[in-house]
Design a binder for this molecule. Structure first.
Ligand SMILES: *[C@@H]1O[C@H](CO)[C@@H](O)[C@H](O)[C@H]1NC(C)=O
Ligand SMILES: *[C@@H]1O[C@H](CO)[C@@H](O)[C@H](O)[C@H]1NC(C)=O
Ligand SMILES: *[C@@H]1O[C@H](CO)[C@@H](O)[C@H](O)[C@H]1NC(C)=O
Ligand SMILES: *[C@@H]1O[C@H](CO)[C@@H](O)[C@H](O)[C@H]1NC(C)=O
Ligand SMILES: *[C@@H]1O[C@H](CO)[C@@H](O)[C@H](O)[C@H]1NC(C)=O
Length: 381
């Protein structure tokens, strides 16, 4: 099996809002409850983190290994359908021997049929200093050829309980031969900030500016967070149709994994598909495209067809071009209405929370193709 050959040094900065109180590292249900009781007296504050993420996909000791793919993955220019598990070191500096402060553990999936864009579902597991044993969770969209990629922090544990924020990734080094990556992050430390700035200057990935109405990059995100106390929360409603094309010659949702028993199961338990589904203004297949739904759905119920949905809406239309919304939810597809939580967003939708309501309007039992109407309502700033 061929593996994509890349060595990548990426720069990440993270800004998160957290509720800060002492003893957040006292674990166990009683301690968590105590922490929740103190919440009304706890102040929210913004924390910056900075570190480097090393993605090693080749050689003798890869930290990122592929675990599933579609039949068509290696004929796709973007490796559409490739699923990897990562346990990547996070370090203070960009060098391979720099001090390890944590690990990025999770799943990445190649979720675009034409560009290298990853669904990132992972935890940053910290192993050093005051963050030791605390974690941050990410569900986000990572178009790796863009200069800056914003990924929502959708939660955390330990000192990061109830955290929400943005991780900004920036490629600092790239080696097209081995497939390894290093990513940079911002911690609240002046020296490290300097390091971050220096590395960003050496970024070798071309700048692609998008979302003209919202500034990108770690400094812009920081300014945005600084303005947050003055920002008003607002409600935005979105409406589109989701085209899940499974059959035919050009499917937009492809099977990447299954268990031996999946096709004996009435609910296809264990079936995992990667999607890059068109989102359109109207229900017709040739209706104007306003974005894509990129991510994974997995059949996760024995009793009825119930999908785990982990995906990003990636908007490409005039209004929200370059912004994304992250969904993590339960989708019992035979129910009339399915509600799925919006757990975060990027660009215009930074720190978004909300609900996506799905309603199937057309389904072909033979091909399994479906058109689903979505009404999305989000709170954001
Ligand atoms: C993948 O290829 C195998 C072998 O050709 C075939 O049996 C299987 O049905 C294919 N899977 C999909 C999802 O097309
Ligand atoms: C992190 O916490 C673990 C478990 O308490 C401990 O074994 C380890 O030494 C700590 N590491 C650091 C660097 O503080
Ligand atoms: C969206 O942004 C991309 C990248 O900047 C640009 O190429 C494209 O034309 C934009 N699309 C719209 C509809 O504005
Ligand atoms: C699935 O079936 C294959 C072929 O019968 C067998 O080799 C394999 O061990 C099975 N896998 C599991 C997880 O049961
Ligand atoms: C479902 O798809 C099959 C295969 O393409 C087609 O023959 C059939 O007419 C479709 N049914 C509906 C209701 O569209």
């Amino acid at each position: 099996m061929r593996t994509p050959n890349l060595i990548l040094v990426l720069s990440y900065s993270i800004l998160i809002s957290l509720l800060v109180s002492a003893d957040a590292l006292q674990k166990g249900p009683k301690n968590v409850e105590k922490w929740f009781k103190k919440l009304p007296n706890t102040k929210e504050k913004v924390t910056k983190l900075h570190f480097y993420f090393h993605d090693v996909v080749s050689g003798k000791n890869p930290t990122s290994i592929s675990v599933a793919r579609a039949n068509s993955t290696f004929t796709s220019p973007s490796y559409f359908g490739l699923v990897s598990i990562i346990d990547n070191p996070l370090t203070l500096g960009s060098g391979p021997k720099s001090k390890v402060v944590g690990r990025a553990q999770g799943i990445t999936g190649s979720a675009s049929s034409d560009e290298l864009c990853l669904l990132m579902t992972l935890n940053f597991v910290f192993m050093d200093g005051k963050y030791n044993e605390s974690t941050l969770s990410i569900v986000g969209y990572n178009p790796i050829n863009y200069e800056y990629r914003e990924m929502p922090i959708v939660g955390g544990s330990g000192v990061f309980r109830l955290a929400r924020g943005i991780a900004t990734a920036n490629t600092a080094k790239f080696n097209a031969k081995t497939g390894n990556a290093v990513v940079e992050y911002n911690v609240m430390d002046k020296e490290m900030d300097k390091l971050c700035t220096i590395l960003m200057l050496f970024s070798i990935v071309s700048v692609i500016t998008h979302a003209k109405n919202i500034a990108q990059g770690p400094e812009a995100v920081e300014d945005w967070f600084k303005n947050l106390p003055n920002a008003k929360e607002k409600v935005t409603k979105l409406h589109f149709y989701f085209h899940d094309i499974v059959g035919g010659k050009n499917p937009s949702a492809i099977t990447v994994a299954q268990s031996n028993s999946t096709f004996q199961s009435p609910t296809f338990f264990g079936l995992i598909r990667m999607m890059d589904n068109a989102l359109t203004v109207g229900p017709e297949p040739d209706s104007k495209i306003v974005g894509r739904a990129q991510g994974i759905y997995g059949s996760a119920s024995f009793e009825e067809i119930g999908l785990l949905m982990t995906l990003n809406y990636v908007f490409t239309g005039d209004k929200y071009n370059g912004s994304t919304i992250s969904v993590l939810g339960h989708n019992p597809i035979l129910h009339k209405y399915r509600e799925m939580p919006i757990v975060g967003g990027s660009g215009i939708f930074r720190l978004a929370r909300g609900i996506a309501t799905a309603q199937t309007i057309w389904f072909n039992l033979t091909t399994q193709d479906a058109v689903v109407e979505y009404n999305v309502i989000v709170l954001h700033y």
